[in-house]
Design a protein around this ligand. Structure first.
Ligand code: PGA
Length: 221
């Protein structure tokens, strides 16, 4: 069974979440939900495997607005996403910060999903650099989410053979599970399922609709 991770980003309000939880209650063991952090407790209390979309690299202190891995762990969160391309681009997260976040999350027993991504025409070294810098000094298992930047939220999915090549490249570099992310939807999940070297999916836009999630889960093996 592949890992299906649902990244809500900054979407859905409290009423939407109630319905979403009811709709997906029977699918709880097939998904990892990354809701807005303020809804994490709601999902955890309903037995969903839950994570956060971001975490800070300190355990406590004067960091207004941030959430620490100690807090996340004490709430019952299991996963954390680190280095999403939106955080790199909009919030200027660099490889050093990402590396610190991963170390602190692992220290506090959270499973880390590290997002990496390239643009069309980038040499493979772009991915290698992101991965080696983010994982510097880390020996524990970290899940890698390969998300080509141009595929995120655009509906443009790379050719299956191109994804396969990049995933192979990542797996030769580090011996970790690799998820594919970027415009995964009911339109392309059947062809993505032809990939024999990915371990799951990171889904944004399509994860906002419970009906869409159920349709995707029906296809994913
Ligand atoms: P998308 O987002 O499915 O909307 O492309 C994926 C992600 O950014 O994690």
């Amino acid at each position: 069974m592949k890992l299906v991770v649902l990244n809500h980003k900054m979407n859905l309000n409290y009423e939407d979440i109630q319905k979403y939880i009811t709709d997906l209650e029977n699918y709880r063991d097939k998904i990892v939900v990354l809701p807005s952090a303020i809804y994490a407790k709601e999902f955890i209390e309903h037995g969903f495997i839950t994570g956060l979309q971001n975490i800070y690299c300190r355990e406590k202190g004067m960091y207004t607005g941030e959430i620490s891995p100690v807090q996340a762990q004490s709430l019952g969160a299991k996963y954390v996403l680190v280095g999403h391309s939106e955080r790199r681009r909009l919030f200027a997260e660099d490889d050093i910060l990402i590396n610190e976040k991963i170390k602190m999350a692992l220290k506090n027993h959270l499973k880390v999903i590290l997002c990496v991504g390239d643009e069309i025409g980038d040499p493979p070294e772009v991915l290698a650099s992101q991965i080696t810098k983010a994982l510097k000094g880390i020996t524990e298992e970290v899940i890698i989410a390969y998300e080509p930047v141009y595929a995120i939220g655009t509906g443009k999915v790379p050719k299956i053979e191109d994804i396969k090549k990049q995933v192979e490249y990542i797996k030769n570099l580090v011996n970790h599970k690799v998820l594919y992310g970027g415009s995964v939807s009911t339109n392309n999940i059947k062809s993505l399922e032809q990939l024999d070297n990915i371990d799951g999916y990171l889904i944004g836009t399509s994860s906002l609709s419970s009906a869409e999630v159920i349709k995707i889960l029906e296809v994913v093996e």
